[in-house]
Design a protein around this ligand. Sequence first.
Ligand code: AMP
Ligand code: TRP
Length: 345
Amino acid sequence: MSSATMEATKPQEGARTKPRILSGIQPSGIPTLGNYLGAVRHWVRQQYEAESFHPIVNLHAMTLPYDPKDLHQRTYDLAASLLACGIDPEVAVLFVQSQIPEHTELTWILSTQTMFGELSRMTQFKEKSGGEQPERVGTGIFFYPVLMTADILIYDADLVPVGDDQRQHVELARDVAHRFNSVFGETFVVPEADIKEEGARIMGLDDPTMKMSKSAASEYNYISMNDDDDTIRRKVRRAVTDSGSEVKAAPDKPALTNLLTIYSQITDRTIAKIEQEYEGKRYGDFKNGLADALVEAIAPIRARIEEFQADRAELDRILALGRDRSREITVPKLERVREVTGLVT
Ligand code: AMP
Ligand code: TRP
């Protein structure tokens, strides 16, 4: 093969000077502090060293019952939030998943290389469909990891920075990439999960055994990146603590460990340093310090979210730019996939 053809078929390989990262987020409301510390903050840091792609995965958000009006609005709210957190749309590629039809076509093709058993073992599927009769579980929630695999593979992403809850899905994407390459010849880069240790699993403020999540039953479970100062302080005050009175992270102190992790991540200081600062002090003092740190970090982000929310035309311009930059990659990549799989085009 001449080098020109090589370039046309596999443009990224030899030519790639920066790693390519891809990570998506569902438009299920304004991101939580868990999304921010587990994922978005890392994306903001990495965007200058990597080629970054960040889909707002609205097709994934359709897999559980939802209201169409909400989904539409939340897609814009999430775009505003990601921009407010520091995603630079001139650097990273920020786009809406449903605007790139190649993701869904590749999903179908990859489904032929994904085993029923593999999907049945996904813990997120088991959790989200748990308790329901199979008759009442939509197949979208079962199929969800195939769409996520397509999101990743169509960009030949090297790294997938996610929170710990997505580890199993990225493993599946790796297995499917390997399988596809061995059946049809080298086509996809085999991606790796990039899970940062600290912040990978931020737990609920009301229950440190469950991950912090927007879909939790109580609003005291999470902090939203647009909560106002009073709400942040109230939620921190109400956060559960462990028995005892020492401000210390330890396996038998899950609540304090979680609060110390949040404090440490948001202020970029070590847990040891914060423990030292609160030695001999009470939980109340510690919570006041934590609330101050959170207010300081979140208030400017909240203000920027509001600015972006007020300018729909600017959001549309940014998302159109992302769509066009994405399709520069997905259109030729899918063409190549159609070729190797024998599809007449
Ligand atoms: P989602 O909102 O489920 O689309 O998640 C978007 C990103 O945030 C994914 O990378 C998740 O792994 C991450 N994430 C969600 N919840 C948490 C949490 N409680 N702690 C750490 N990371 C999280
Ligand atoms: N399933 C992921 C979540 O719920 C979101 C997602 C969709 C994603 N496609 C992706 C994450 C591709 C990383 C890469 O968090």
